[in-house]
Design a binder for this molecule. Structure first.
Ligand SMILES: NC(=O)C1=CN([C@@H]2O[C@H](COP(=O)(O)OP(=O)(O)OC[C@H]3O[C@@H](n4cnc5c(N)ncnc54)[C@H](O)[C@@H]3O)[C@@H](O)[C@H]2O)[C@@H](O)CC1
Ligand SMILES: Nc1ncnc2c1ncn2[C@@H]1O[C@H](COP(=O)(O)OP(=O)(O)OP(=O)(O)O)[C@@H](O)[C@H]1O
Ligand SMILES: [Mg+2]
Length: 322
């Protein structure tokens, strides 16, 4: 088994060894789907970029198929960004429906997702989801179903807003990964630990938070990214970019979903013994940061999320050449 940490007291994860142990080979005997089928639940009237960034990143890293489950308004927009994505216009926000239709629409949403669920290796819940109460109610049902089917979930953005208000959706589910940014982490700490974020004891607090939610994995984003499942903790400080343009967290969610799926395949074959959710987080974070640094070298102050996505392939190639 590879070690996830570098030697010594440093928390820094050995991301290069992790990449090398979980990246699948590109053999001609493989068929479509074996490298991963990812679904993003997100995208509403306001936000169409976030689910696109997440879903296209999953493909660019090496997943075979990437789906998006979004609102009816958002779907044609997301489809127009890319013909590579499979887009399901199934969600509805309160403004577009009548109260008396809510229960039948809710049943239709879950029936539609049920048809697909068993095929997915990982869901990403939340990029650009918005906060409409009816829509979030339907997404709660999707999450309950994913959990019944043992499908891993990466929860980000408005998915974290939902989960912070209803911790039971993920509590005690070892295949849940939460990827909070500064604001989202603050809200989780307040809700679960009933305290403020304490940076002096940041690792202990992160361990307590992950344990407090029953052993889910948390990737706390920031200057360094910190990862814990309540038992161990590690950090990723690979040099990234000084630009903080919106959307980098969305790349990260798609990236973690793919690496987590690959790490689970390796764990099933007994090739790794470390928690696959931790391996997925470390690899996802290290890749995004490396790609961000490469994009910044090219574009400097005008670096945007699309530029970082364009560098995902070259970053992977430098780590594990094909
Ligand atoms: N191009 C895009 O479509 C992008 C969309 N994004 C999406 O934007 C949404 C918000 O993410 P942020 O990173 O800004 O979240 P944050 O929680 O960091 O929000 C920033 C600030 O806005 C407030 N806020 C956000 N939504 C609110 C609401 N509905 N009502 C009241 N206050 C609200 C928060 O309390 C906070 O003060 C997520 O769904 C996220 O995925 C981001 O991922 C960035 C890119
Ligand atoms: N100060 C920083 N220095 C270096 N890298 C950072 C810094 N802050 C964030 N990052 C990197 O950017 C990635 C996205 O983190 P960020 O906090 O921007 O997420 P977010 O707010 O959810 O993004 P999004 O706009 O997609 O919603 C993280 O994986 C992290 O590695
Ligand atoms: Mg975000």
């Amino acid at each position: 088994m590879q070690s996830v940490m570098t030697s010594g007291p440093s928390l820094e994860a050995d991301s290069i060894s992790i990449f090398r142990s979980i990246l699948p080979g590109l053999e001609s005997s493989k068929h479509k789907g074996q490298a991963g089928k990812i679904a993003v639940v997100g995208g509403c009237r306001e936000y169409t970029g976030a689910p696109y960034f997440s879903a296209i990143s999953a493909l660019k890293i090496g997943a075979d198929l990437s789906h998006v489950f979004c609102t009816k308004d958002a779907a044609p927009v997301i489809k127009s960004y890319s013909p590579e994505l499979i887009v399901h216009p199934i969600l509805e926000e309160s403004y577009s429906i009548r109260d008396e239709d809510k229960s039948s629409i809710s049943a239709k949403v879950i029936a539609e997702v049920e048809k697909w669920m068993e095929r997915f290796d990982c869901l990403v819940v939340g990029p650009g989801l918005g906060r409409d109460p009816f829509l979030l109610d339907c997404v709660s049902n999707i999450m309950k179903h994913a959990r019944e089917c043992n499908v891993p979930m990466v929860i980000d953005g408005d998915g974290l807003y939902l989960v912070t208000n209803c911790l039971d959706l993920v509590s005690g589910y070892p295949l849940a990964v939460l990827t909070p940014n500064l604001n989202e982490y603050k809200r989780l700490v307040q809700k679960v630990l009933n305290s403020e974020v304490n940076d002096e004891n940041g690792t202990d607090q992160l361990l307590s938070l992950a344990k407090g939610i029953g052993g889910v994995t948390i990737l706390r984003k920031g200057k360094s990214d910190f990862v814990s499942d309540g038992k161990t903790a590690c950090a990723v400080s690979v040099y990234g970019s000084p630009r903080r343009c919106g959307g980098q967290g969305d790349i990260l969610s798609g990236s973690v979903a793919v690496f987590l799926s690959w790490a689970r395949q390796c764990a099933d074959k007994g090739e790794v013994s470390m928690n696959p959710t931790i391996l997925g987080c470390v690899a996802g974070s290290a890749l995004l940061r490396k790609a961000a640094s490469m994009a910044f070298d090219n574009k400097k102050r005008s670096t945007l999320t699309g530029d970082i996505i364009e560098c995902l392939g070259r970053s992977l190639q430098e780590i594990c050449p094909v």
